[in-house]
Write a protein that binds this ligand. Structure first.
Ligand SMILES: C[S@@+](CC[C@H](N)C(=O)[O-])C[C@H]1O[C@@H](n2cnc3c(N)ncnc32)[C@H](O)[C@@H]1O
Length: 268
């Protein structure tokens, strides 16, 4: 299934402006991006050398969080908002390797992600995947579309990795999280990653300023207190809100600490 916005992908793609989904793909070593994305990506890297490590740590966190939720918490349904371009170890691949009946709905508003969405629709026969072309600012539309694939009466892991940072207004971001979590039952989870200026990361602030002047969509960092506000009323799993590189590494090499918070929390 693909819920579409009614626009042709090309109409919303500005190929002369760097887009986050494509630059993220570049930092992850993918090939679905344009020259302008490489130029802006390289400039950000020159200002903030650890950005590539942030992207890789974020994806590794995704793998560990989905492995935990599927393997230990019994989650079989995922709503992955701000999916990004398909890469290695997409949510359904991690979940369905452990539980083939896992069902995953992907959501992104970038037209290039829509054009590559078929790669995300390679479900097992026992499970299901679908793609929704929608904006995170419209949680009602996301839930409506997701209910075609997910049973919203059963626990869902709402994945918001590297996306709330594009909702610049904290009250709006909080209300989106509330709306989504209110729609799913006890036992559901929220999985978040979010850039911050509180975990080091030399050059991060200047690089974000550069991004906002030269690329789209605009981004903001948030501190621990603001991110904890998204988790109000939820039970935060150990080890809490930490650099995503340190979340449940189980003694494996953590890699460098990155300036990106990661957290998993359960709706009681
Ligand atoms: C930094 S990437 C993260 C991708 C993936 N979640 C990960 O952690 O690797 C952010 C993604 O969010 C998408 N995005 C940004 N603003 C959005 C919005 N308002 N609604 C839906 N998706 C959005 C971008 O298109 C991009 O694909």
């Amino acid at each position: 299934m693909s819920e579409q916005s009614g626009q042709e992908p090309g109409e919303r793609t500005a190929n002369h402006i760097a887009h986050n989904a494509r630059v993220w793909d570049y930092w992850l070593g993918g090939k679905d991006h344009y020259e302008v994305d490489e130029q802006v990506g390289d400039q950000v890297t020159s200002m903030y050398p650890s950005i590539g490590e942030v992207a890789r740590a974020d994806r590794a966190f995704l793998g560990r969080a989905v492995t935990h939720l599927t393997g230990q918490a019994g989650i079989r349904q995922y709503l992955d908002i701000g999916t990004g371009l398909p890469t290695a170890e997409n949510t359904h691949e991690v979940a369905q390797r452990i539980a083939p009946d896992s069902r995953v709905v992907y959501v992104d508003n970038d037209p290039i992600v829509l054009t590559h969405a078929r790669v995300l629709l390679t479900s097992t026969d026992e499970g299901a995947t679908s793609y929704v072309d929608a904006d995170a600012r419209d949680p009602a539309a996301i839930l409506r579309a997701a209910s075609g694939t997910l049973d919203l009466g059963r626990p869902v892991a709402v994945m918001m990795l590297g996306i709330l940072n594009f909702i610049l207004d904290t009250a709006e971001a909080t209300s989106i999280v509330r709306h989504l979590l209110d729609a799913v039952p006890s036992g559901s989870h929220l999985v978040l990653t979010h850039p911050t200026l509180e975990l080091g990361g030399e050059g991060n602030e200047a690089a974000m300023r550069f991004w906002n002047e030269n690329a789209t969509p605009p981004i903001t960092a948030r501190g621990r207190a603001e991110i904890e506000g998204f988790l109000d009323g939820l039970d935060i799993l150990e080890p809490g809100l930490v650099s995503c590189a340190c979340w449940r590494t189980d003694g494996a090499d953590e890699g460098p600490l990155v300036a990106q918070f990661g957290v998993v929390a359960r709706k009681p």
